[in-house]
Design a protein around this ligand. Structure first.
Ligand code: ADP
Ligand code: MG
Length: 247
């Protein structure tokens, strides 16, 4: 079970059941360094379960998750250290409401990496400044719009310099006029070389920003291919059917 050094994530035969119902039927997926992969598929197809499995917030019943060749699905791994290497941002902004915006961004680097507060705050302010929100550093999250909160949540995930960033429909809960600012941030992270696996319903964005698109349906990978080819010339009938419904 080996993977080339430039492969950041390798999933091999990932299976997950809830009760009697298997929702992931043996997922294989590789993501190379600096690659941006869009995970698309109908609601209930298993996208969130798969992303949570990668970040070890969801147990798996079978299979292996390799992060730079290291088996992180081994029960002996230190889960907190793995999570610091894999950022995960959910659909609903999950900032800690009782912490300032800056403390939200710096918490993980202080706790997991043992960064001193001054150093963590310098970096945290830099990150907030890069998204135009340094003025909100001492505010609580509820002072921010949904789009601002979601951008802070993404920067919080970036603060530990993760090797992989997982985004689970991070714009789905936003008012339409706030979607653009969040997509612009993801686009700039992608252009800066961040390795990203993102579940998304934003097909135009996936086509423009993703290197590769993976269609999940009923817990199986139906098709995976370069974004341009995937949308222009899908191989599978199920892909064509899905795209015609969402386009
Ligand atoms: P998606 O993110 O693609 O919409 P999910 O991964 O959320 O899909 O869900 C995949 C399937 O697993 C769905 O049928 C869903 O109902 C089921 N499921 C997800 N989480 C749970 C859970 N905690 N308990 C039981 N069933 C679940
Ligand atoms: Mg989901």
């Amino acid at each position: 079970m080996s993977a080339p050094a430039e492969t950041v994530l390798s999933l091999r035969g990932i299976r997950r059941s809830f009760g009697e119902v298997e929702v992931l039927h043996g997922i294989d997926l590789d993501i190379a360094a600096h690659e941006v992969v869009a995970l698309i598929g109908p609601s209930g197809s298993g996208k969130s379960t798969l992303l949570r499995a990668v970040n070890l917030t969801e147990p798996i019943d079978d299979g292996v998750v390799l992060l730079r060749g290291e088996d992180i699905s081994d029960p002996r791994v230190n889960v907190d250290r793995v999570r610091a290497r894999i950022g995960l941002v959910f659909q609903h902004y999950n900032l800690f409401p009782h912490l300032s915006v800056l403390d939200n961004v710096t918490l993980a680097s202080r706790v997991v990496h043992g960064l001193r507060r001054a150093e963590a705050e310098r970096r945290g302010l830099e990150l907030l400044d890069s998204i135009g929100l340094a003025d909100f550093a001492t505010s609580f999250p509820d002072r921010l719009s949904g789009g601002q909160q979601q951008r802070v949540a993404i920067m919080r995930a970036i603060a530990t310099n993760p090797e992989l960033l997982l985004l689970d429909e991070v714009t789905s809960a936003l008012d339409p006029e706030l979607v653009g600012e969040v997509l612009a941030l993801i686009r700039s992270l992608a252009e800066a070389g961040t390795t990203i696996l993102m579940a998304t319903h934003e097909m135009t964005f996936a086509r423009e920003v993703a290197d590769r698109v993976v269609l999940l349906d009923a817990g199986r990978v139906v098709e995976s291919g370069p974004a341009a080819q995937f949308f222009a010339n899908p191989r599978e009938e199920r892909t064509r059917a899905f795209l015609s419904r969402v386009a």
